[in-house]
Structures are given as C-alpha cells and as structure tokens.
Design a protein around this ligand. Structure first.
Ligand code: ADP
Length: 319
C-alpha cells in the first residue's frame, strides 16, 4: 500500500487531531503518502481530498475538535452513494482508509471494506460506547470536563444547601455519567444500563437531609431522561426542590487529556500498521493497556459493556 486516506466522522471528540497526526506521521515514516478527506463521508463523496505532509499535522496534538472537519451524511447508508466514494478514492489512487469516529462511522468503514477499500476503524467519541475497546478516544477528556463542572456546582450546592441534578452526555451509554459520578462524589447516578427507582432516590435524599447532609449531587445520563424531567419527578414524588444543570456541548470540546493523546497516538499508529499488513475491516482498541484489533463486523454486532461494579461502589461510598 503506497497511498492511504484518513477521515473523521460523526460527533467530534478531543483527541481526533492526535489520531490524524499519528496516522500521517506513522505513514510517512513508512514512506506511504497520506491524504486527508475533509468533512467525513460527505467530503469523501464530493472528493474533498488533499495530501497531508509532516507539517500539515504540526501543532494539532493539543487541539480539540478535528482539523479534518466532520459531517453527517445519512445517505451514506445507500450503496449507490458508497460506490461514489469508492470512485473518488480510486481516482485519487487511495488504497486504504483510516476512519476515526463512532459506530455510525464504523458502519460506513465496513461498507467501504466490502466494496474493496480496506478500512480501519479508530474509536473517537466521548461516549465510550464502542465494543472492542475499554476506552474510546475523547472519553477521558470529556470525563475531566464533567468533573470540573461537578466540582464547581458542588461549591454553589454547598453554599445554598441545594440538590443539583447534572445532565451529562453519552447518547445511549452511561459510561460518562457513571465515571463522572464516581469521580465527582455524586450521591446518585442514573444511567440507561440500570433501572432507577425515583422513590428510592427520594428516600436517599430525605435520609441524607435527616442526617444533616445539606446538599446532594445527582448525575443523570442523557440516555435516560433530561435533568429537568428527573427534577420534576423528584418534586412530584418527594416534594423536594432541585436545580438542574445541563452541561451540553462543552463536554465535546477542549484540549485532549494526556491519556487521550497517548491513546490516540497508539491507536492511530496501529491503524496504519494494519493497513500496511493488508488487514482491512478491523477496528483498533485498548484492552488492559494493550493495543488490540478486532473484526469491525464483530465490534458492530456487540455492545460495549459498562462496568456496573462502579455503580455499586458509588452507592456504597455515597451513603
Ligand atoms: P458516529 O460515528 O459518531 O456514531 P453517526 O452515527 O452520525 O456518528 O455516523 C456518522 C456517519 O457515518 C453518518 O453521517 C453516515 O455518513 C455514516 N453512517 C452511519 N450509519 C451508517 C450505515 N449504516 N452505513 C453506512 N454509513 C453509515
């Protein structure tokens, strides 16, 4: 393989740039040309492709977002549109592709591989919702952003003796809420992977207040309900007032953490190795701090497994 491409797709995540840098530098190290595809699959279909050199990826390792831009192209599910992308790649002489994104992006990568363009998936999403890896790139940074917000909200919760509900991102996954809740010392964590009982939550709040606890932090994953909805339920069932804080898109931005930069560098470099070994249709990941790769079809068929021991631990520690 002498020419490869790289694109970022779906929701952006901190560390995507560090992956792009690793892909470009690793490929050039092996005398392989690298082409950046701008704007995800939409840019691929329209042929927005430019060669990248060592300098193109200078000064980006610490930047959030993605220099290659991202986009959503729902039509990429259609074979006809996928074949237009294959044509563009063939026209540019690109023989393999690194796709950085979430599971939607992986589906596109799987389809292109089936059409004869070997692709490697690199997990870039703050949601940590991809199988075949314990951590996705961007998760650690988003987690730190959420913790920072929880710490600040805790200051005001303490001063005003209030119960705060903090809604965090994660799509259908509860990892971000769970890890943030444990690290932020939240009293209650509500995630999609475990049913919640609003009566039990209200009882816990009341018992805490009776023991002299003046404030409480409740973390709710967006995949369960909005923070406002949970606040309404607590008012209705327990008669308690709450304040709601929806963190929103600040969770997607910011300079990637050291962990995410190292993960991005390792996974990006491994993706290039796999292409050079002619092993398309794989997705890279990290398992017990070892870089691994799995069949992208298998990764798409399986769900990421959340560590519910952390939820039990949080309940024991927040009594
Ligand atoms: P993420 O990759 O973060 O999960 P999306 O689900 O929005 O984000 O997917 C990103 C892009 O991947 C979509 O806009 C679309 O172009 C492509 N994609 C999503 N699902 C499929 C699919 N089933 N087949 C082919 N391409 C897909």
């Amino acid at each position: 393989m002498k020419k490869i491409g790289v694109l970022t797709s779906g929701g952006d995540a901190p560390g995507m740039n560090a992956v792009v840098r690793a892909v470009v530098r690793k490929a050039i190290y092996h005398d392989v040309e690298v082409y950046g595809i701008y704007g995800g699959y939409a840019g691929l279909v329209s042929g927005n492709i430019q060669q990248l050199n060592l300098g193109s990826v200078g000064d980006i390792i610490h930047r959030g977002g993605t220099m290659l831009l991202s986009a959503r192209l729902p039509e990429f599910k259609e074979e006809e549109v996928q074949l237009q992308a294959v044509e563009q790649l063939k026209k540019a002489g690109i023989e393999g592709l690194v796709v950085i994104g979430g599971d939607g992006s992986y589906r596109g990568a799987k389809a292109l591989t089936a059409h004869g363009i070997p692709c490697i998936g690199v997990p870039g999403t703050i949601d940590n919702d991809i199988s075949g890896t314990q951590f996705t790139i961007g998760f650690d940074t988003a987690l730190n952003t959420v913790i920072d917000a929880i710490d600040k909200i805790r200051d005001t919760a303490t001063s005003h003796e209030r119960t705060f509900i903090i809604e965090v991102m994660g799509r259908d996954a509860g990892d971000l809420a769970l890890w943030a809740g444990l690290a932020g010392g939240a009293e209650t964590i509500i995630i999609p992977e475990e049913n919640y009982d609003i009566h039990e939550i209200c009882d816990r709040l009341k018992k805490g207040q009776e023991r002299g606890k003046k404030h409480s932090i409740i973390i709710v994953a967006e995949g369960v309900a909005s923070g406002t909805e949970i606040g309404k339920q607590i008012k209705e069932i327990g008669g308690m007032d709450t304040r709601v804080s929806i963190l929103g898109h600040i969770q997607r931005g910011g300079s990637p953490s050291a962990y995410d930069r190292v993960l991005a560098s390792r996974l990006g470099a491994r993706a290039v190795e796999l292409l050079l070994e002619n092993r398309g249709g794989r997705a890279v990941g990290i398992l017990n701090n070892v870089v691994v790769d799995s069949d992208i079809t298998k990764v798409l068929a399986e769900s990421h497994i959340i560590d519910l021991d952390l939820l039990r631990l949080s309940k024991q520690l927040s009594i």
